[in-house]
Design a binder for this molecule. Structure first.
Ligand code: AHG
Ligand code: MN
Ligand code: MN
Ligand code: MN
Length: 339
């Protein structure tokens, strides 16, 4: 007879346990993660019934990035904004869907420790066709005095200053993965109890993988070095770590999540007509760069470490190369030749 002796740790239990042994820990980060987990559960409910209700389609406006905004983007944005404003840990936010950052002005928020930058719904072009989408967030300690409203200085910090970052992937299961400097952990939503349960403790990104993820449709807009590297991926044989497989969902949350677990490289290079590429430094590149680095991988914009970039604008874009350390090192040899 099988004896099942399993202890399931929920996200809340886990974050509270982590506090033990950290001198001076106030529980504010745990509380923040719980707030984000709550918003994620609400977003998940809507994402799951997206095919059923008339919430689909464009909301009729164009966001600051010049892209059509889907209704679920706005719903997700509002849920995150709501929980963060009403919680006790967040003093201000910036979102892909908002033109300006928001400095909360109630007393509790003004006295809070963190700011959160997020992409409420990533890959939203995939909603209509029932493909995985996600939410991405990065958490920074504010640099201005508590008690005052946050300023641009709190929002425009380099990614290296993140204290935590994470994402939720609304896939065949819904998962929340978050990183602090201590490690990366994944929690799968158990819909029967409505809790995120620790399912992937201490995630490490394999040093080598066989997956490369890039939009081949843009091939001729990439620089010479990137094209050479892609050709190299296609030529890999058993002898040099191949053959590789190309996988590109078009939702970076799902693409990077898969590569984080299995080993691989994800690229959104600069394009001839858009040297910054498509992805946003603050909401997409920085959180993933933090998570993947904590897991043992690497992330660059082709020339420098993503986390070292000093942002100058809220919605600035950056090329992104991210994934397994060994594969990133090989990519760098191609990017070097470009200089
Ligand atoms: P968003 O839906 O938040 O605007 O971002 C979508 C992003 C990213 O998830 C994905 O990797 C990329 O866009 C795909 O872009 P292409 O279709 O240009 O490859
Ligand atoms: Mn968008
Ligand atoms: Mn996005
Ligand atoms: Mn988005």
């Amino acid at each position: 007879m099988n004896t099942v002796n399993r202890q399931v740790l929920t996200l809340d239990e886990y974050t509270i346990q982590q506090l033990r042994g950290i001198p001076g820990a106030t529980g504010e980060l745990s509380s923040l993660l719980r707030d984000i987990g709550l918003a994620a559960k609400r977003i998940n409910v809507e994402v799951n019934k997206a095919g059923l209700v008339d919430i689909l389609g464009d909301a009729g406006s164009i966001n600051v990035q010049g892209e059509d905004v889907k209704k679920l983007d706005i719903y997700a944005n509002n849920q995150l904004m709501g929980v963060l404003q009403h919680g006790i840990s967040c003093a201000g936010i910036a979102s892909e869907e908002l033109d300006e950052f928001i400095a909360f002005d109630d007393e509790v928020s003004k006295n809070s420790k963190y700011v959160v930058l997020f992409d409420p719904l990533d890959g939203s072009g995939n909603i209509d066709v029932n493909i995985s989408i996600g939410t991405i967030f990065g958490v920074y300690r504010r640099v201005t005095e508590r008690g005052s409203k946050v300023t641009e200085e709190d929002i425009l910090q380099p990614g290296v200053r993140q204290v935590a970052a994470g994402y939720i992937v609304y896939g065949s299961s819904t998962m929340l993965v978050y990183a602090t400097r201590r490690g990366v952990n994944g929690f799968t939503l158990d819909p029967s109890i409505g809790e995120f349960c620790l399912s992937h403790p201490d995630i490490k990104c394999p040093e080598y993988g066989k997956i490369y993820s890039v939009n081949h449709g843009n091939f001729f807009k990439y620089t010479h070095g990137v094209r050479e590297y892609i050709n190299n991926c296609q030529k890999k044989t058993k002898e040099d770590g191949g053959p590789y497989t190309q996988r590109y969902i078009g939702s970076m949350v799902a693409d990077v999540h898969r590569n984080l677990l299995k080993g691989g490289i994800f690229m959104y290079p600069g394009l001839a007509d858009k040297p910054g590429g498509k992805l946003r430094l603050l909401y997409e590149c920085n959180p993933f760069a933090f998570i993947v680095e904590v897991a043992g991988g690497k992330a660059t914009d082709g020339t420098q470490r993503i986390l070292d970039i000093h942002p100058t604008e809220l919605h600035q874009r950056s090329p992104l190369f991210i994934g397994s350390k060994g594969m990133m090192n090989e990519l760098e040899t191609y990017m070097m030749k470009e200089k």
